[in-house]
Design a protein around this ligand. Sequence first.
Ligand code: GDG
Length: 727
Amino acid sequence: MANLILISNRLSVSVEKKKGGFEFKASMGGLATGLSSLEHSDRLLWIGWPGLPADDLSEADSRKIASTLKKHHNSIPVELSREDLRTFYYGFCNNVIWPLFHYFPSYATYDNSFWESYRGVNSIFLQKVLEAVKADDTIWIHDYQLMLLPRLIREKVPEARIGYFLHIPFPSFEIFRLLPWRNEILTGLLGADLIGFHAYDYARHFVSSVRRLLGVENNMGYVQHEHRLSRVDVFPMGIDYQKYSAALSKPDVRRQMAEAARELRGFKVILSVDRLDYTKGIPERLRAFELLLEHNPKYREKVVLLLIAVPSRTKVHRYRALKKEVDELISTINGKYGTIGWVPIHYFYRGFPFDRLSAFYGVADVLLVTPLRDGMNLVAKEFVAAKKLSGGVLILSETAGSAREMGEALLINPNNSEEIAAALCTALEMERSEQIERNTVMNERLSRYDIGTWTKDFLNKLSQVREVQDSYLVKKLSGAFKDELMKAYRKAVRRLIILDYDGTLVSFQDRPRKAAPDEELVDLLKALSEDPGNDVVVASGRMRDVMNEWFGNLPLSLIACHGAWLKHKEREWQLSEELSNQWKEQLRPIFQLFKDRTPGSTVEEKEYALAWHYRNAEPELAAIRASEFKDILFSFTGDLNLDVLEGKSVLEIKPVNVSKARAVSTWLSRDNWQFIMAAGDDNNDEVMFSQLPASAYSIKIGLDISEARYYLDSPKQLRQLLNEVIV
Ligand code: GDG
């Protein structure tokens, strides 16, 4: 049976040393619960660190732990040393990625030894995966500790089905670009078939970084990198809705609620629950509570703030400093406003069991969630589910991922203490009916897209991506397809070979002139065209003089200016038909204007065309300008009998009767060809492909949706093929 292999830094079960042995505690986190609810025929296998440094364990202990984990928890432990934890976990994960991805760039320490350790630990995970994975398994990698793993697995098991989910925000390009190892992280992630994020903004930031740093465009969420397609999509993680919505009916929870209510003696309760982390905005929250008391004396001795801060990363200086700051703020506020019968802030620096936490949700009138940044924030969802229809107001930071789905909460800017204080007033005064109304809408959403649905949604999308990739794979010109082409070539007496130039025979360059043919290509075209059975046509958008300079000495046929000019072997150039250039006067100023408004872009004037190239412009600005420009150009095309061509990073306008497809058609009827092959890489070549006879070998260069029958990855592969046919 196939496995669903789940890989995360920590296993879903923690191992602790106890007198005389080890204790295995299953941490039934959201993910573990969600996966257990899967109607999945596959078996679940977890790979992760079990929570004890390998140095603390004898070999016999390690074996014993591995065997118990395998037998009772379907888990495979990854062994990490204390040094790994220092440099990989505390170093790279928590001192570089965590602050940077949460928009605290000044907290990040770019230490090369941390990076080396991150690479090393990702490779340790790889070894464990390789030991466990079978051909039809599905691999699902979680979170920021393992961003290199998708690619590492892909390199070793090219056919693996790999999903990746990031639980924290993916920051905007301006932040992400600061990372010295940014390209490695992106290519690491792109090893996955599906890359999931909590929120649309994170996915947007990711594809924008991919575009700017790797120069790879995204097409409807598909990114093509190194000849593979990866899908980027949004899956806002849900909670175990059943569990939380039923929590307040549990007898044990009701008992603890009654106890807590007795202690709180009718005070209005504002609750706050998070790990003590600088991303959570705890000091800002405390200042807002202080403002509430300062400006609204009526709430004094009427409200309490229950602040639960779960200890986290306590060995790290920054976290200890935060604790000190929080401790001091609390004692200042309690000292300033507290009275004999009233302590404004009840502070718990600890975690609680589920029932007790639920009891806190039960007695709270307001949940105050004000992270400065948070990937999702499940506490907000859990509170709303637990309160269900019994009222309770959620105040939620607009910079938490969950804010996108919880628009009925009171959304605040976490840096604006005045705004938070005002939201607290609104929440404390809100009519019960309004509270219920808001919570009802949110509950409907939470119950629909719960953790089970989230998991299924992700895994279904992962299968779909594979189907899309497979539909491309059929066309790859290799193996039997290639053998067939070779046979047909050999058998034929008259052959027509039509080759586009830029992007097909040579790769794109930052300056068009740099893409001149190299010696190897000239030799190849010479050999190909000197075969008396071959008619080789190089069909390009380039101008006649450039084509002459590059290919004038070869026995080739040429198509220049997208079909305006034709040259049959040794004969002279011929204009395809009478063409007018009057339209240029009208359009040239617009081309100039777009050039000036888009730094890095250039205008090329051809005999019968105008082209605006934006390959070297800032990609996002260029994308906006290109769509504006297209709109304007389309408004001229009808009246002036012009056509807009969209190439790769170029917009071109030319008379409608100039076309590569038309030009090619004149060659098609010239002879009784027994073998036709045509290769091209962009939109202009698609029309040409579509008019070829069904038996022709049409080849798209680069993986893309196409009219062609086959594709090859790159100009290099096409050249290899041509070299093989002339042998
Ligand atoms: C990442 C992202 C994203 C908290 N205190 C207690 C307790 N908890 C439970 C909550 C909740 C979980 O811990 C915390 O979930 P968050 O979503 O707030 O954050 P993390 O899991 O730390 O971190 C985050 C998440 O991944 C999921 O993708 O939302 O943005 O940073 O379930 O209930 N549970 C118990 N006692 C406590 O005192 N029992």
